[in-house]
Write a protein that binds this ligand. Structure first.
Ligand SMILES: [Zn+2]
Length: 136
């Protein structure tokens, strides 16, 4: 598992910018299966727990199994996660990018001024990222 650290540019709606960093983490197959199982487990437990309740057992168990399976499949497809930090270009308050799929631009809500920011990779790092994607 290799983390890749990249520079980002954080821009508010008025066009003010600041810089930050993100770490992109590649998730191994074993971790992907673990994450998938963790997200399905709660739904499967709920399905089993309601299996013996009259009337409810017609609705909740099938729904829980379907929803749990969908969540697990979605998690299984996540091969990378990113998280990061930076500063709000408007109020300078620290911004945290919670772990999520690396889809650019990333939207961040500033906890200080409640403005919506967009974080995007700097052109050099975007290039580096594309080159890495071509590697096995
Ligand atoms: Zn702010």
């Amino acid at each position: 598992m290799a983390d890749q650290e990249l520079s980002i540019e954080i821009k508010d709606q008025a066009g003010k910018t600041s810089v930050g960093v993100v770490q992109v983490r590649v998730i191994t197959d074993r971790q992907r299966w673990q994450r998938a199982w963790h997200s399905a487990r709660v739904a499967y437990i709920l399905a089993f727990a309601t299996l013996f309740l009259p009337i409810i057992h017609f609705v909740v168990p099938p729904l829980a199994v379907i929803i749990g399976t969908i969540l697990a499949i979605r998690r299984l497809g996540q091969a990378e996660l990113l998280q990061g930090q930076g500063a709000c270009p408007y109020c300078q308050k620290a911004l945290t990018i919670e772990p999520q799929l690396p889809e650019w631009p990333v939207e961040i809500l500033c906890p200080g001024c409640k403005r919506l920011m967009q974080a995007s990779l700097e052109p050099g790092d975007l290039q580096k990222r594309r080159q890495n994607a071509e590697l096995p």
